[in-house]
Write a protein that binds this ligand. Structure first.
Ligand code: DGY
Length: 326
């Protein structure tokens, strides 16, 4: 008998075919994520969970699903999974790093440029028939080339954004991270490590790419924003909860910083209403990794992880490999 698995969100056909060759697959068809109750019901009796960032795996859920042996998320972020609770119960957890690095960095840089150069504001104005003529300071934004790119969180995606800034746009790259990069990595990126306060003070464009955790919750709030230049922009392609959105909206409204570009939101898909009415914020619906090749690569990697995990082989990208040797 094949092990039973739940595919909790719609997935590419070729990935479902691969999974069906190994497992008895219960695949969710609709566009909406399952409610926590429906997830618990559908996961009962399953050995594997193929999920995305919209399914929360909690200790309670794990207790209600004692047959579960592997949780494989099609996302690099894993703040929706209680990894410690999984490890304590011998449940293997995997994510999908690397395959989305470059597309996410492309998007992060695109969002930076759209924000700095006021692209959404300009398009809105044009579509609404409010474009009257050329003016010397009409929709004048801030400079990208040669400016200071400040990166908070210098993992794979942060480094890929640093390369774009340094080598594509001649930017002065500074960063802050829990751990400093090795000297040769800093030299290769042309990036300088600074304290967090210094990063905020010097930033022309602050890009947030750090993982979300209790430690990083609202780590950009009123006090941090107060350190930034009135001409600075803030870009978030990490997780919404990193930023105190009320504090950010107030700063944008009062022009204490120039603009923001946000792809992620604390209560997404709900967006803080204070942000929706502001002209100086570019808003996108959590699509930084959304190119078809990248999403298919993520889906395939999550499937490869699940097949390996449930056939007693080491999965390509485990988060708690200690479960394998327990
Ligand atoms: C990720 O992979 O973590 C992206 O945010 C998509 O969920």
């Amino acid at each position: 008998m094949k092990p039973k698995i739940l595919v909790a969100r719609r997935a590419p056909a070729e990935v479902l075919d691969k999974l069906a060759a190994h497992f008895d697959v219960d695949a969710v068809q609709g566009e909406e994520p399952l409610s926590p109750e429906a997830l618990r019901e559908r996961l009962a009796g399953k050995a594997g969970a193929y999920i995305t960032g919209t399914e929360r795996i909690t200790a309670e859920l794990l207790d209600a699903c004692p047959d579960l042996r592997a949780v494989c998320t099609m996302s690099v972020g894993y703040n929706h999974i209680d990894v410690a609770a999984c490890t304590a119960r011998g449940v293997l957890v995997t994510n999908t790093p690397d395959v989305l690095t470059e597309s996410t960095a492309d998007f992060g840089f695109a969002l930076l440029m759209a924000t700095a150069r006021r692209m959404s504001e300009g398009e809105r104005l044009l579509r609404e028939g409010r474009w009257k003529s050329w003016g010397w300071d009409f929709l004048a934004g801030s400079e990208v080339h040669g400016s200071t790119l400040a990166i908070l969180g210098m993992g794979r995606i942060g480094q890929a954004i640093a390369r774009r800034g340094r080598f594509g746009f001649g930017m002065n790259v500074i960063y802050h991270n829990r751990s400093r990069l090795a000297a040769d990595a800093e030299a290769e990126l042309g990036a300088r490590y600074v304290a967090k306060d210094e990063l905020l003070r010097q930033a022309d464009h602050l890009v947030l790419v750090l993982p979300y955790s209790a430690e990083s919750h609202h780590c950009i709030a009123a006090a941090e924003i107060a350190l930034m230049k009135p001409t600075a922009t803030l870009i978030n392609v990490a997780r919404g909860g990193i930023v105190d959105e009320d504090a950010l909206a107030a700063a944008l409204r009062e022009r204490r910083i120039a603009a923001a570009g946000l792809d992620v939101f604390e209560g997404e898909p709900r967006v803080n209403p204070a942000l929706l009415t502001l002209p100086n914020v570019v808003l996108t619906p959590h699509i930084a990794s959304a190119t078809l090749p990248t999403r298919i690569a993520m889906a395939q990697l999550a499937a490869d992880n699940l097949v390996a995990a449930l056939t007693s082989r080491p999965p390509p990208t485990p988060l708690n490999p200690q479960v394998l040797s327990a």
